[in-house]
Design a protein around this ligand. Structure first.
Ligand code: C5P
Length: 302
């Protein structure tokens, strides 16, 4: 998350994430699932601009930012009312801290929605951190993390201050992690998305016996060979059953000279790991020429 203060407003860049490893350990009695997941923030950002207003209202304006070489918008329509996590995060912080003033928030979307890239969660984290600064509340990271946990499972990762982390529990227990080198990706999102609850509902917990410890050890070794053999996403099979476009992307990536590939989060975005930005660019050109609607290159945030 990057902060750009100015006299009248505060701009925050909210990154997307990819899941390099995602094991669904068990279904819990509260309906959530215990996970072991390795998430890394990438340099595809939504932009949020926060401006103070004297009236108590929180208002949200959303504008889409379609990347070059694309015909269709990268996200489904984004709500501007309390269904939007940005508004919920702002209202929660305002109530928790007893703030009387309001804020005008402008959200410029670049991260596709319903894609498993954490866009909504990252926007919510940026709102908690951004308004904490704008309203000069001085709330600690732990306090913001507690609020984040009430809003959603992935939000803590984006507040955590580390661009890569192992997340456990339902995703809210964040253990920062240092990657030995930056990773390059090509990321694609088909024309349709998937709902996270639907994908979790169709997954079968405890299917894989793979351990996140083994993956973390491979991540620390030089070269990418060991790590890519241990990529895992237990949500990919149910996502492919629910949405043919995910299977189609897997089949396309399997024919491409990428180092490794898999779906991110609950989908439908799909990524390939590449050796360099140039390699990622070449793969992206091929996917675009095949008509994949949203394709971007990215690298891990530092
Ligand atoms: O926490 P979040 O709002 O992101 O979760 C959305 C939905 O995804 C939950 O309502 C739940 O159905 C599912 N989920 C889950 N286990 C998790 C995270 C999310 O079952 N660890």
């Amino acid at each position: 998350m990057l902060f750009q203060p100015s006299i009248r407003s505060l701009t925050v860049l909210a990154p997307a994430k990819l899941n390099l490893f995602l094991r669904v350990v068990r279904r819990r009695v509260d309906g959530f699932h215990d996970l072991e997941t390795v998430m890394t923030a990438i340099n595809i950002f939504d932009t949020l601009v926060f401006e103070p207003v004297e009236s108590p209202e929180i208002t949200l304006r959303v504008s889409m930012c379609a990347p070059r070489n694309r015909n269709s918008a990268p996200t489904d329509p984004i709500p501007t009312g309390p269904e939007n996590l940005v508004v919920r995060a702002a209202l929660l912080l305002k109530e928790h801290a007893g703030v009387t003033q309001g804020a005008q928030i402008t959200l410029i979307k670049r991260i596709p929605s319903a894609a498993g890239m954490g866009g909504g969660s990252s926007d919510a984290a940026a709102t908690l951190a951004g308004l904490n600064r704008l309203w000069k509340l001085g709330r600690s990271r732990d306090e913001l993390l507690e609020l984040a946990g009430r809003l959603g499972s992935d939000i803590g990762f984006f507040l955590g201050g580390s661009s890569t982390a192992v997340c456990r529990g339902r995703g809210e227990l964040v253990e920062p992690l240092q990657l030995p080198m930056g990773l390059h990706f090509v990321v694609a999102r088909p024309s349709s998305g998937l709902s996270t609850p639907a994908v979790f509902k169709h997954c079968q917990p405890g299917q894989s016996d793979r351990d996140v410890g083994e993956f973390l050890a491979a991540l620390q070794r030089p070269g990418l060979g060991q790590m890519v053999r241990l990529l895992l996403n237990d949500l990919q099979s149910p996502a492919e059953r629910l949405n043919d476009q995910v299977r189609d992307l897997r089949e396309r990536f399997a024919k491409l000279p990428v180092i490794g590939h898999q779906m991110s989060g609950s989908g439908t975005s799909y990524f390939g790991i590449c050796s360099s930005a140039r390699h990622a660019g070449a793969i992206a050109s091929r996917l675009r020429s095949e008509g994949v609607p949203w394709v971007q290159i990215a690298r891990t945030c530092v």
